[in-house]
Design a protein around this ligand. Structure first.
Ligand SMILES: *Cc1c(COP(=O)(O)O)cnc(C)c1O
Length: 369
């Protein structure tokens, strides 16, 4: 059986260092808001090229806290609108609605699976205050057109960087391109903790200071609360693990790119549409291949065929947010491109620990289908 993602094997690569990191935290007697977090925040800010990185409890909270902080800062208020791609993971939308902001869905581009900048302006109203763009599957989603729209309409550009650690566009790293970014270190992400963890990156000092308080009950100083905050902190033990794994992230990205290139060059089946429609030239830096997502009109049959051949695949994602029961108020909306994607996409195994024979077996099975 070729697993979709072998987390045990991924973390076994760093077993000694992870165990040493855990021991260090256990022995320190200090488990929250300490040296490990401080070190990780410095390391991660340096990795992204931002002034600030703030550790929080998870990726959803990172995004929630950005909007909560903008509301506290008076940049936006409840009832304002945030543009978001219609084909994202639900967490992007939850971060908006949880703050009593209104998600306004915009279709993705069918080739990149990312927000289609040419469709943003028709969705802008006087209440629009931000774009939450998602670097879906690990590919940068920002282009010059999107930046120009933000400038023209005075919108904040927030990046959902949960899947895109280390992707580069225009000389900038994911998380440093917009005004603020939320990152997830969920175990299955490219930079994964051994539990939940997340971070906000930004160059905006006021935003950083606000989030620093909001993640800790709204307090800068113990027992003095200036905001009605959350408890959303990144544990010392997770920060210690992340300090280990961050050292190897570039190695992991390089290995993922090798797998992706092999798939792109060798999968040859007219029934299968490859990422970016098979066009790869521009994407060497901009894609970190968190997921390798193909499309096919007979998706469920192909998934069963692969499963029968011992290959595990997943669907990211089977139901778009506007069709979820949780968002009944949006169920009537129709986004044909997003809905087509949700019906046709399938994610192949990809990681830095796959064996060459496994990759070849997957390509062979797909080409024989
Ligand atoms: C994983 C993910 C999140 C949420 O991150 P968590 O750490 O799981 O809360 C948000 N957005 C996208 C696109 C994700 O893939």
């Amino acid at each position: 059986m070729i697993k979709f993602l072998d987390l045990q094997k991924i973390n076994a690569q760093y077993e000694q260092e992870l165990k040493a990191a855990a021991n260090r935290v256990i022995d320190s007697g200090w488990y929250l808001m300490g040296k490990e977090l401080e070190t990780f925040e410095q390391n991660y800010a340096a990795f992204c090229g931002t002034k600030y990185a703030l550790g929080v409890a998870n990726g959803l909270d990172a995004l929630r806290l950005i909007f909560k902080a903008y509301i506290e800062m008076g940049v936006m208020q409840k009832g304002d609108e945030v543009i978001v791609p219609a084909n994202t993971y639900i967490a992007s939308v939850l971060a908006i609605s949880d703050n009593d902001l209104i998600p306004v869905f915009v279709e993705p581009n069918i080739d990149t699976y990312n927000l289609d900048a040419s469709k943003i302006e028709e969705a802008i109203t006087p209440k629009t205050k931000a774009i939450l763009t998602v670097h879906l599957y690990g590919q940068n989603s920002i282009d010059q057109q999107m930046l120009a729209i933000c400038k023209k309409h005075n919108l904040k550009l927030v990046e959902d960087g949960a899947q895109s650690h280390g992707a580069i566009w225009n000389g900038k790293v994911s998380g440093a391109i917009g005004d603020a970014a939320g990152h997830s270190f969920y175990p299955g992400k490219n930079l994964g903790a051994l539990g939940d963890a997340g971070a906000v990156t930004t160059n905006d000092e006021q935003l950083a200071k606000t989030i620093e308080a909001l993640r800790n009950y709204g307090s800068h100083k113990k027992y003095e609360n200036i905001y009605q905050g959350l408890n959303s902190r990144l544990d010392e033990i997770q920060a210690a693990f992340l300090n280990v794994k961050l050292k190897y992230i570039q190695q992991d990205i390089d290995a993922r790119r090798k797998v992706a290139n092999y798939y792109l060059e060798n999968i040859k089946n007219p029934a299968i549409i490859l990422p970016n429609n098979g066009c790869h030239a521009e994407l060497v830096e901009a894609h970190v291949w968190h997921l390798f997502v193909i499309r096919t009109s007979k998706r469920d049959a192909l998934q069963k065929y692969l499963s029968d051949n011992g290959i595990q695949t997943l669907i990211h994602y089977p139901i778009p947010p506007h069709k979820q029961e949780a968002y009944q108020e949006y169920n009537y909306l129709s986004f044909p491109i997003a809905e087509k994607m949700h019906d046709e996409v399938m994610s192949l195994p990809i990681s830095g620990v796959m064996k060459v024979e496994e990759i070849k077996a997957i390509v062979k099975a797909l080409n024989n289908y």
